[in-house]
Ligand binder design. Structure first.
Ligand SMILES: [Mg+2]
Length: 186
C-alpha cells in the first residue's frame, strides 16, 4: 500500500484569488516546490484535491482548469517536484451549466475524490494526510479517514477561528504547506 499527502490547490499551493481561469506563474507559492519534493523524497504520493465549481458556474471551462493544472505541474517539474495527479470536482448543485448540475460525492467536504485517488494509487488512507486552508479541507480529510492539517495561508486564519465552533480539530495546524510537511516528517 502507498501513503499520500492530499492537498488543496487555491490558498494551499497557489494564492487564493477566488475563481481563476488563468494562472500567473508568480501565484505559485515559493515554498510549494520544496514541499512537493519532500513528499516525493519520503515516498508519499502528492495528490491535489480541488473543488472547481467555476466550471459548473460557467465562469471557466474544463480546458482552462486543466491548463492551469498542467502549468502548475510543469512549473514544479522544472524544480524537481512531481505532482502525481490532480483531481478536481467540476460539479455544483446550483450549476448554470446543466451537465454539471449535481450533488456530487466528489465535491469537498465529501470524500469522493480522495476515495477515487485511493483506488487509483492503492493508498492506505489511515497513513495519509489531507492538507488545506479551508474548513472543508479538514472535513474532507476526516470524512476520508485521513489525518488532517490546516495551513494558515489562503483562508487558513479564518478557518482556524471557525473550526472550534464546528467541533473540528485538525491534527496539525501549520504556517504553510512546507512547514506542514516538515512537521509530518519531524
Ligand atoms: Mg483552498
Amino acid at each position: 500500500m502507498n501513503k499520500a499527502i492530499f492537498f488543496d490547490r487555491d490558498g494551499t499551493i497557489i494564492e487564493e484569488k477566488g475563481y481563476i481561469c488563468r494562472l500567473q506563474q508568480s501565484e505559485i507559492f515559493p515554498f510549494t516546490a520544496e514541499a512537493v519534493r519532500l513528499m516525493n523524497k519520503n515516498h508519499f504520493k502528492a495528490i491535489v484535491i480541488t473543488n472547481q465549481s467555476a466550471i459548473a458556474r460557467g465562469i471557466c471551462t474544463r480546458e482552462q482548469v486543466e491548463t492551469i493544472h498542467r502549468e502548475i505541474t510543469e512549473n514544479l517539474a522544472n524544480q524537481g517536484a512531481v505532482i502525481d495527479r490532480f483531481y478536481y470536482c467540476p460539479f455544483h448543485i446550483e450549476a448554470v451549466i446543466p451537465a454539471y448540475r449535481e450533488k456530487s460525492e466528489w465535491r469537498k467536504p465529501m470524500p469522493g475524490m480522495i476515495f477515487q485517488a485511493a483506488a487509483d494509487f492503492h493508498i492506505d488512507l489511515s497513513q495519509s494526510y489531507m492538507v488545506g486552508d479551508d474548513v472543508i479541507d479538514i472535513e474532507t480529510g476526516k470524512n476520508a479517514g485521513c489525518k488532517t492539517v490546516l495551513v494558515l495561508t489562503g483562508k487558513g486564519c479564518q478557518a482556524r477561528e471557525l473550526l472550534p465552533a464546528r467541533g473540528i480539530q485538525p491534527d496539525i495546524i501549520s504556517e504553510n504547506l512546507l512547514t506542514a510537511i516538515k512537521e509530518i516528517y519531524g
